[in-house]
Design a protein around this ligand. Structure first.
Ligand SMILES: [Zn+2]
Length: 76
């Protein structure tokens, strides 16, 4: 499980990014909302979309993890 946050500042596309706790692009404590613990960015996105319809996953911390989990599924 990883801890995810939803940014309360929109990016250049007007979207609100979801970040993992360890992401270097995680906004300051005042500029983010705690989403909770999730297995991956996709699950966090599902929760975030119920809060903010413009939620999107951060390509830096979330996309990578999704790609990795898809890869490990193939190996099994
Ligand atoms: Zn991120």
């Amino acid at each position: 499980m990883k801890f995810f946050y939803l940014s309360s500042i929109s990016d250049e596309n007007g979207n609100f990014q979801i970040h993992e706790k360890e992401c270097p692009f995680l906004p300051d404590a005042l500029d983010r909302d705690y989403l909770g613990p999730f297995n991956n960015g996709k699950e966090a996105l599902r929760r975030a979309l119920s809060i903010n319809k413009k939620a999107t996953i951060c390509e830096h911390c979330c996309e990578k993890k999704i790609a990795k989990s898809l890869l490990s599924q193939k190996e099994n």
